[in-house]
Design a protein. Structure first.
Length: 384
C-alpha cells in the first residue's frame, strides 16, 4: 500500500477498534458482575451482552445505504453520537433493563459497514485485501484487548465506571473522524428490489452466514467462559487477564501462518474450513473436558487462533463480492449478519443457560459450527 493508503487504513482501524473495544469490554466480566443490578436473570445477562447486536443488525443497512447517498463522514459522526448516548444510559443504569436499553442504543450507532465501505473507497483494488485483512486483525485485537482491560477496569471502577470509559472512547473515535475527508460514490443508485437482488448473491449470503455464525459462537461462549473460570477456581475475575494475555499472544502467532497460506498461496477455502473445524473442536472440548488451568488455556488458545483467522479473512472475501457503487449496501448486509449473530448468540445462549445449564451452551455452539462448516464446503476454490 502507498503511504496515504496505509495512513487511511490506520485511521479507519483505530475508529473501528475504539468502538469495538467499547462493545466487547463487558464480555469477560458481565456474567459474573451482573448481580450488581436489580431484576437479573441468566436470560437478561445474555440479552445485555448481545442486545447491541439486534440494533446493529437493523441499522447497518440503512447506514450503509445512506453513506452511499450522502457521504461516509456524516453517517460516522451520527453513529458515534448515538453510541455515546447509549454508553451514558448504561453507565447510569440501576437495573438490568436499563443496561439492555443502553446496550441497544450503543448498537444503534451502526457504522461498521460505513467504515469498511470508506476504506474500500480510498484503497486501490489491488491492495484492498491487505487493507481489509489489516482492519479485520484490528477487530480481533480490539476483542483481545477487551479481554485484558475488562477485568482490570471492572475491578477498579465497577461496571458503571466501565461504561463511562466506553463513552470516552467514542469521543476519541469522533476526534479521529474529524481528520477524515468526506466521500461518497460518484455513481448513485436507488434502493430497489432489482438492486437488492444484485447484492444478495449466493457468494455474499454464504459469507453473511459465516460472520453470523462466528459472532453467535463468540457471544454464546462468553456467557459461559467467565463463569467457568471462576467456578473451576482457575482464576479470580479480576485476574483473568493473566490467562488471556499469553493466550492472545499465542493465538496471533498461530494465526499468522494460516493467513499467509490463505493469501500468498491462494488456499483461502482450505484455511477457512480448517479454522471452522478448529472452532468446532474447541467448543466440544469445552463441553467434554474437566477444566483446569492447563486444559482451559489450551482450549481457549485453539478457539482464538480460529477466531482471529476467520475475523481477518472474512472482510477481504466480502470486499471481492461488492461493486464500488453498492459497497456500502453490501457491507451493510454483511455487518447486519455479524451483529444479528451476536444478538442471537446472547439470547439463545442465555436461554440455554437458564433452562439446561451452563455447559449445554457449548453443545449449541458446536452444532452451529458444524452447520457452518457444511455450508462453507460449497465455497468457490481460488484459481492461480
Amino acid at each position: 500500500m502507498t503511504k496515504i493508503e496505509r495512513g487511511f487504513a490506520l485511521k479507519i482501524s483505530l475508529i473501528m477498534t475504539t468502538r469495538m473495544l467499547g462493545l466487547f469490554m463487558i464480555f469477560p466480566i458481565f456474567s459474573v458482575y451482573a448481580d450488581h443490578y436489580e431484576s437479573v436473570t441468566p436470560l437478561y445477562i445474555g440479552l445485555a451482552i448481545g442486545a447491541y447486536g439486534l440494533t446493529q443488525a437493523f441499522f447497518q443497512i440503512p447506514f450503509g445505504y445512506l453513506s452511499d447517498k450522502y457521504g461516509r463522514k456524516p453517517l460516522l459522526v451520527l453513529g458515534l453520537v448515538i453510541f455515546f448516548i447509549g454508553s451514558i444510559v448504561a453507565a447510569n443504569a440501576t437495573d438490568i433493563y436499563q443496561v439492555v436499553a443502553g446496550r441497544a442504543l450503543q448498537g444503534a450507532g451502526a457504522i461498521s459497514a460505513v467504515l469498511m465501505a470508506f476504506l474500500a473507497d480510498y484503497v486501490s483494488e489491488e491492495e484492498r485485501p491487505k487493507a481489509n485483512a489489516f482492519v479485520g486483525v484490528q477487530i480481533g485485537m480490539a476483542f483481545m484487548l477487551a479481554l485484558l482491560l475488562g477485568p482490570i477496569i471492572g475491578h477498579q471502577f465497577g461496571i458503571s465506571g466501565m461504561f463511562w470509559i466506553i463513552a470516552a472512547l467514542s469521543i476519541v473515535a469522533l476526534i479521529i473522524v474529524t481528520t477524515l475527508p468526506n466521500a461518497k460514490p460518484i455513481k448513485q443508485y436507488k434502493l430497489s428490489v432489482a438492486n437488492l437482488k444484485k447484492i444478495l448473491t449466493t457468494d455474499l449470503l454464504r459469507l453473511d452466514f459465516s460472520i453470523f455464525a462466528l459472532h453467535l459462537i463468540l457471544t454464546s461462549s462468553f456467557i459461559a467462559i467467565p463463569i467457568f473460570l471462576v467456578d473451576n477456581n482457575i482464576l479470580s475475575i479480576q485476574d483473568n487477564w493473566q490467562i488471556y494475555l499469553p493466550i492472545i499472544m499465542l493465538s496471533f502467532l498461530g494465526m499468522i501462518p494460516m493467513i499467509i497460506v490463505a493469501t500468498k498461496y491462494q488456499k483461502t477455502k482450505t484455511v477457512f474450513l480448517l479454522s471452522i473445524f478448529i472452532l468446532a473442536f474447541s467448543q466440544i472440548l469445552f463441553y467434554k473436558s474437566e477444566l483446569n488451568y492447563t486444559t482451559f488455556f489450551v482450549i481457549l488458545t485453539l478457539f482464538f487462533i480460529a477466531f482471529n483467522a476467520l475475523e481477518a479473512l472474512l472482510p477481504s472475501l466480502i470486499a471481492k463480492t461488492a461493486s464500488s457503487s453498492k459497497r456500502g449496501l453490501a457491507m451493510g448486509f454483511y455487518s447486519s449478519s455479524q451483529f444479528f449473530g451476536a444478538f442471537v448468540g446472547g439470547v439463545i445462549g442465555g436461554w440455554i443457560y437458564n433452562n439446561f445449564g451452563l455447559n449445554s451452551v457449548f453443545l449449541f455452539t458446536t452444532f452451529t459450527a458444524i452447520i457452518w462448516w457444511l455450508i462453507a464446503l460449497s465455497m468457490r476454490t481460488e484459481k492461480h
